[in-house]
Every structure is written in C-alpha cells, then in structure tokens.
Design a protein around this ligand. Structure first.
Ligand SMILES: *[C@@H]1O[C@H](CO)[C@@H](O)[C@H](O)[C@H]1NC(C)=O
Ligand SMILES: *[C@@H]1O[C@H](CO)[C@@H](O)[C@H](O)[C@H]1NC(C)=O
Length: 241
C-alpha cells in the first residue's frame, strides 16, 4: 500500500515539476537528463498534438498515457514489455499478426516528428491466441501505441489511442462515444493487480483534464471526446494488500 501511495505521490510531483520549457537549454535543445524523470511531456508544448493522424485530416484521441515513471519492465521493455502488460490487462497482438487497417502516425512533440504506431493491440476475449480473431469479428476494444522517446522530450511515456469498435457487419467503425468508452474499459481492466507470464503489474489511474480539448473538432468519425486523458502509473513487484 505504501508503495502505491508513493507512486501516486510521485506522479503528482512529476506533473507539478518544471514545464518542458524549463529544460530547454540556450540552443533550444532539451536534454532528457536535465531534470528528474517525468510522467510525460505535453506534446503540444513542442509542436505535437494529443491526436494521432488517421490520414483524412482527422485524428483519434491519445486518451491514455502510461507514465514514464512506471517500472522499467514496461517503459524500457521494448515491444515485449508492452505486449506482456497488454496481455495482463486483456489484450494481445492482432489476430494472427495480420493487420487489417493502415497504420496511423502521431507527433508526440519529442523531436521525432510524425511516427507510425509502434503496435496495435486488441482485446483478447480471454484467449491470447485466438481471442483477437474474435475481436475482429464481433468488435471490441483496441489501442495503438506511441512512445515519447525523442531527444526533445524523452519521458519514455506510452501514449495510447484507445477506442471501441463496432463489429465487422457494421463496418468495423468506432461505436458512438467509442473513444471515451474504450478508454474507460481499458482503465477498468488495468487498475489493481494484473499478471501475465509471472509478472504482476500494479496499476493506479489518475484523470487529467486540460491536456486534450473536449468536443468533436478534428476527431475521426466526428465522435466527441470528453477531453479526459487517464494517466496510468504501473509498477512491477509492488503488492496489492
Ligand atoms: C507509415 O506507414 C505507411 C505504410 O507502411 C507508410 O506509407 C508511411 O510513410 C508511414 N508514415 C510515417 C510517418 O512513417
Ligand atoms: C476518469 O473519468 C472517467 C470519465 O468521467 C470516470 O469514469 C473515471 O472513474 C475517472 N477515473 C478516475 C481515476 O478518476
């Protein structure tokens, strides 16, 4: 319990700590080592946005951030680290590794510019082998992952574009309110203690407002978002008591 409190406290401190601008030196180059580790940097401060780019002039909200203060098993664990955590909270790699849609890019304001998603994961309906095939057929929750690790804002945070889709027969589009609903479902699955492959993750959630605009302007499918971004801080080996 203490560890959880400390983590929660750490996230608050990180949010209140120097704005990215304070870490930019005279040459305008930000050193990732100039300050304490942070939960994330606001992409908008350095030319990015809180939406990905769906290629039609619109975007999906980056409505969940996994804090850069999370355990290195997840934040520095590369693709394997992300996939293992995703499995622990009910997602797996896309059905048969076949990607049905085109990749979307995002600019996290970290100096890398627009970068395609690192991976897309889908809700696995209880079976990490065939579950995602089911998801493609009956619809469900999925998310794309972007990593904020460029030279200007190297928080290591993972930005997720989470949405809930309709089933194949209805065109595999996002459900009404599918961004808010997708976020809340993912968060509900994630919080508390979750395990996969002998790793137990303890996840705490905190809502952030003011980072993303509410409404439907620029949002894919014209679906309004409530403007809430949920910050997840994930620790490995902290015990839920
Ligand atoms: C993303 O991937 C697509 C398809 O592979 C490619 O055409 C596009 O140039 C990539 N975009 C970026 C920003 O890397
Ligand atoms: C975040 O906001 C959503 C939507 O209002 C709400 O359902 C959820 O309980 C909130 N979570 C936290 C941790 O405050």
């Amino acid at each position: 319990m203490l560890a959880v409190l400390q983590l929660a406290l750490l996230s608050v401190v990180a949010l209140a700590s120097p704005a990215p601008a304070d870490l930019v030196n005279r040459d305008g180059i930000q050193s990732p080592f100039a300050g304490p580790p942070v939960a994330y940097y606001n992409p908008v401060d350095l030319g990015g946005t809180m939406f990905d780019n769906t290629g039609n002039g619109l975007g999906e909200p980056l409505n969940v951030i996994i804090s850069g203060l999370s355990s290195p098993e997840l934040i520095d664990g590369g693709l394997d680290g992300i996939v293992n955590y995703a499995r622990a909270i009910g997602f797996s790699k896309e059905c048969l590794d076949i990607h049905l849609g085109s990749p979307f890019s995002a600019n996290l304001g970290d100096g890398h510019g627009a970068v395609n998603q690192t991976i897309e994961l889908r809700q696995d309906y209880g079976s990490s082998e065939i579950g995602t095939c089911l998801e493609s057929l009956i619809g469900g929750n999925h998310f794309r992952v972007y990593i904020q690790n460029g030279p200007l804002a190297n928080s290591g945070a993972l930005f997720l574009a989470v949405s809930k889709e309709e089933d194949v027969e209805t065109g595999h589009d996002i459900t009404p309110d599918g961004y808010n609903v997708g976020r809340d479902q993912l968060v509900a699955h994630a919080i508390g203690a979750k395990s996969f492959d002998d790793i137990t993750y303890y996840t705490v959630a905190q809502n952030i407002t003011g980072l993303m605009p509410a409404g439907s302007a620029g949002v894919n499918h014209g679906i309004a978002v409530d403007g809430i971004v949920t910050l997840l801080t994930v620790s490995v080996n902290a015990r839920a008591e």
